[in-house]
Design a protein around this ligand. Structure first.
Ligand code: NAD
Length: 489
């Protein structure tokens, strides 16, 4: 049976004005299992209007303690519905059920708990003026109505990383999930609806980016946009924001270097390289897709890396034995396949994978894929695949590794594998990346800031710095004396 899901606008579950729907396809079975509405510009307008009413009517004056209490209710609701959320997420996205049941749901709930605490911790400062008898202080206040849009790779976590800080800081929000994976966010709306959150505080509109997303980013009633997606769409969103000078936070694409020095702990580095590129079938913005390996250990590393990749159990994401599920959609499967074919046509050396795994006739499965001796500057070295495709690049010296690592339009993340802690710090300081992991990879959680440099984004997400992005800074200056300003006297 095909389930019917509804958008959430002004505290009402609705099919939207035009009753057009999109299908949710299970990437493991290729079957349609649900439908959800295409929200039109009228629906978006209603969502922004009710978000404004919720903001002005109550939320901006709700105490931080009460805001924190409601965020806590949402966290509890996520935990109470964890199995339902995880199963729905796996059916919709193809991500492993064990990951959804484990780290992903835990992160979603913890994120609301974390920002509940941070809501009570927003601080201003006092200043002294070098003249007169003034006192001066700053206050952090909410910006108003936030519009937010995100990608499909970790649907619930992506949504929560936007919604929790936005409302914790005192804003209302209209959120649009990606059209390939909208369902867990719509279930989250049900959870939020059961809390004391005022109607219209959180609105979920669904539909294609070019229709619903574009209407949302262009809306003049929106005060700020927080976007996660590709660099190309980020540029369009930034253009839309220019219309009424909305603030933007953009978390965009990456082609992150994961640098393995020959003084590393080889076993740890191989496990880290595997996790860096193959977790979630490589559909991770920070994926360590450019694997830079020093010449001294190159052959030993490659033998073990290829062997480990070939041992990954690709299969049904509902099965706890599976280690890698399918790609999110047929379109994405075709995109990754075409990328691999182009790389082969360009002469790149395919060492393993590059095809649908044997025995998996249905589903958008793609084998862990490794190219090696990849040339710096080639398409494989430069373009984001967003799939399980590693481009291994040999290097000789530390200086060369830094030069190759930084020679990209992106600057999202990087990894360093070495036993030499001084080298680790020296290299980390030179890398153009918003996050650098040393002897680890892909560590992210609500409490630590996350930001992309260069074409990987603007602004900060998460942590106390990320919360500030949902506030505006007001300066308040008070004259403590009785004397009038004597300028015109
Ligand atoms: P995408 O840019 O195609 O889509 C992202 C979102 O934008 C979707 O919800 C889509 O509907 C919407 N959208 C598309 N066109 C739009 C428009 N004209 N106006 C408004 N909204 C529009 O990206 P994708 O393919 O869904 O996701 C993959 C990309 O996201 C990769 O580049 C990946 O690196 C990036 N990503 C970045 C982060 C990060 O935190 N830096 C996290 C996850 C994914």
């Amino acid at each position: 049976m095909v389930g019917q899901y509804q958008a959430y606008i002004g505290g009402n579950f609705t099919n939207g004005g035009i009753s057009e729907t999109l299908a949710s396809i299970n990437p493991a079975t290729e079957e349609e299992f649900a439908r959800f509405p295409v929200c039109s510009s009228k629906d978006v307008d209603l969502a922004v209007t009710t978000a404004r009413e919720a903001f002005v009517g109550s939320w901006k004056r709700t105490s931080c303690g009460d805001r924190a209490r409601i965020l806590g209710q949402i966290a509890d609701g996520i935990r109470a519905h964890s199995v339902q959320l995880a199963e729905l997420e796996t059916a919709d996205s193809g991500a492993l059920l064990k990951d959804n049941l484990g780290a992903n749901i835990a992160e979603a709930a913890n994120c609301f708990d974390y920002f509940a605490k941070e809501a009570t911790n927003l601080k201003g400062r006092t200043y002294q003026l070098p003249f007169g008898n003034f006192t001066d202080h700053t206050a952090r206040e909410p910006v108003g109505v936030v519009a937010s849009i995100a990608a499909w790779n970790y649907p619930l976590v992506n949504a929560v990383w936007k919604i929790a800080p936005a409302i914790a800081a005192g804003n209302s929000i209209v959120y649009k999930p990606a059209e390939d994976t909208s369902l867990s966010t719509l279930l989250l709306a049900r959870i939020i609806d059961e809390t004391d959150a005022p109607k219209g505080l959180v609105n979920i509109v669904t539909g294609p980016g070019a229709v619903t997303g574009a209407a949302l980013t262009a809306h003049l009633g929106v005060d700020k946009i927080s976007f996660t997606g590709s660099t190309g769409t980020g540029r369009i969103v930034m253009g839309a924001a220019a219309k009424n000078i909305k603030g933007v936070t953009l978390e965009l694409g990456g082609k992150s270097p994961n640098i393995v020095f020959d003084d590393c702990d080889l076993e740890k580095a191989i496990a880290g390289a595997m996790f860096g590129i193959f977790v979630n079938a490589g559909q991770v913005c920070t994926a360590g897709s450019r694997l830079l390996v020093q010449k001294g250990i190159y052959e030993a590393f490659m033998d073990r890396f290829i062997h480990a990749a070939e041992a990954i159990r690709v299969g049904d994401p509902m099965n706890p034995q599976s280690q890698m599920g399918p790609l999110v959609s047929q379109t994405h499967f075709e995109r990754v396949s075409a990328f691999v074919q182009r790389a082969k046509d360009d002469g790149a050396r395919l060492r393993t994978g590059g095809v649908r795994p044997l025995g998996l006739k249905r589903g958008f499965y793609f084998s862990p894929t490794i190219f090696d001796q990849v040339e710096a500057g080639s398409q494989l070295d430069q373009e984001e695949v967003f799939g399980p495709v590693a481009a291994v690049i040999p290097f000789h010296t530390e200086e060369e590794s830094i030069r190759i690592a930084n020679a990209t339009q992106y600057g999202l993340a990087a990894g360093i594998w070495t036993r030499d802690s001084v080298r680790a710090h020296r290299v980390a300081a030179e890398l153009d990346a918003g996050t650098v992991w040393i002897n680890t990879y892909n560590i992210a959680t609500a409490g630590i800031p996350f930001a992309g440099f260069k074409n990987s984004g603007i602004g900060v997400e998460l942590g106390d710095e990320g919360l500030k992005e949902y506030t505006r800074l007001k300066n308040i200056c008070i004259d403590l004396g009785d004397e009038p300003i004597d300028y015109f006297s």
